[in-house]
Design a protein around this ligand. Structure first.
Ligand code: COA
Length: 390
């Protein structure tokens, strides 16, 4: 049986207006900045302005895709997030008015910690296998937030990645099989009444490594490729050092020789964007993919390993093949501009943004105009979030 190739036809990312340099945070916390720059592999992290949330960054990621490809045959929109703005209404429904999504579509929000974007991708692939004429817009958007002065604080960040999934994709074909692993654990979670996540950092690092290894074992049982067949390994990156740690763990668990140069060759290009954007939860793996495609030498025809992990926990290991001519479809310049155009914060302004509380009284509250991005949250009124496109 021949199956239609399905995968990523276009990919675009957006991040917030502001960023904080980890040197500023290190000074405040009284630690050596190399603990962050080298120890966890983070130099900056994106910080949301008062008038930004996952809807505004998701819209900014999706708009260029819809401008380039139109909305014909987009009959499903899946937005993965763990920073939802409403317990009932899907965040992607707010995009209708902002970016002009089609009405003849199913629009849904997905959640499973940082794994949600991969769920969206695989669900999209299933829908397109059933009807190759359809296209699915998958968006992964998150703002990672931990408490001030906590160990998680330097691993915050924010980004949205939008992907158009279709048959005969221009950039990346998603391959079968997938290796899967899930287990009920408490390494990271966020109860409904909290805005900042709770994390047991060391437990989460160990759980991630175990889950990635188990997903790999399942991938092999399902008949997947050998480790040596992959040109690069794209891992979920809560902080970029995690990708190096997980890859070392995977190689060691399979009895492979491990040296720093081998690991660097497999990982380095996937970390350039994440190193300066920080953790973007569901978007992080796909930001790593964008970084790889934008920075690596020609990858045409090469197999990439994609390793997704969401605390709680679910992991998936799958392969993907880079398509001929993919470079013509990348958005390298726009991706770099999104990062380089951020405004750097001093510590006090960062702290103020971090501690801001959303109004809950139902009255009209205009939002401070801060972001220079194309979409903003202009007010909250009658318990409704009001957005505007510029
Ligand atoms: N120069 C270079 N490296 C330094 C350093 C310095 N001056 N000071 C410390 N380091 C290194 C440490 O050796 C350590 O490296 P290692 O992990 O390879 O041993 C690293 O920096 C981090 O130091 P550590 O003391 O472990 O940091 P921490 O207790 O503050 O916690 C996290 C780090 C990642 C666990 C914490 O930020 C966290 O909980 N983050 C959120 C959870 C998360 O992202 N989990 C991932 C799975 S989803």
């Amino acid at each position: 049986m021949t199956t239609t190739p399905v995968g990523i036809h276009d990919l675009s990312f957006a991040t917030t207006h502001y960023a904080l340099d980890h040197a500023v945070l290190a000074e405040r916390l009284g630690v050596d900045r190399d603990k962050f720059y080298l120890g966890i592999g983070q130099e900056k992290m994106s910080v949301a302005a008062a008038d930004e949330d996952i809807v505004t960054i998701a819209a900014a990621a999706a708009a260029p895709i819809l401008e380039r490809h139109g909305t014909d045959n987009i009959r499903t929109v899946l937005l993965a997030t763990e920073t939802g703005v409403d317990q009932s209404k899907a965040a992607a429904l707010y995009l209708h008015s902002l970016v002009g999504l089609p009405n003849a579509a199913r629009v849904v929000e997905l959640k499973q910690a940082c794994y949600g974007g991969t769920a969206g991708l695989q669900f999209a692939a299933g829908l397109i296998a059933r009807d190759p004429a359809q296209r699915v817009l998958v968006i992964a958007a998150d703002i990672a937030k931990y408490e001030l002065d906590s160990p998680g604080e330097p691993t915050q960040g924010a980004a949205a990645v939008a992907m158009l999934i279709s048959a005969d994709p221009a950039i990346l074909r998603l391959d079968t099989p997938s290796g899967l692993y899930s287990a009920d654990i408490m390494d990271f979670w966020r109860p409904n009444y909290r805005t900042a996540a709770i994390v047991d950092g060391k437990t989460s690092v160990n759980a991630y490594q175990k889950a990635a290894q188990e997903a790999w074992s399942d991938y092999r049982r399902q008949g997947g490729r050998d480790l040596s067949e992959f040109a690069a390994f794209c891992y979920h990156q809560p902080f970029t050092k995690m990708a190096y740690k997980a890859h070392r763990h995977l190689l060691e668990s399979q009895g492979h020789s491990v040296d720093a140069a081998r690991i660097a060759a497999a990982i380095d290009d996937t970390t350039t964007y994440n190193r300066t954007v920080g953790n973007s939860y569901t978007a992080s793996l796909y930001l790593g993919l964008a970084s790889l495609l934008d920075h690596a030498d020609d990858l045409t025809g090469k197999a990439l390993a994609m390793i997704s992990y969401g605390s709680g926990s679910v992991a998936e290991f799958f392969g993907a093949t880079v398509q001929p001519g993919y470079r013509e479809h990348l958005r390298t310049e726009a991706n770099r501009a999104a990062i380089e155009s951020r405004e750097l914060l001093d510590y006090d302004r960062y702290r103020e943004l971090h501690e801001a509380v959303s109004p809950t009284d139902g009255r009209y509250h205009a939002t401070a105009e801060q972001t220079g991005r194309p979409f903003r949250l202009s007010a909250v009124s009658g318990h409704k979030r009001i957005y505007e496109a510029r």
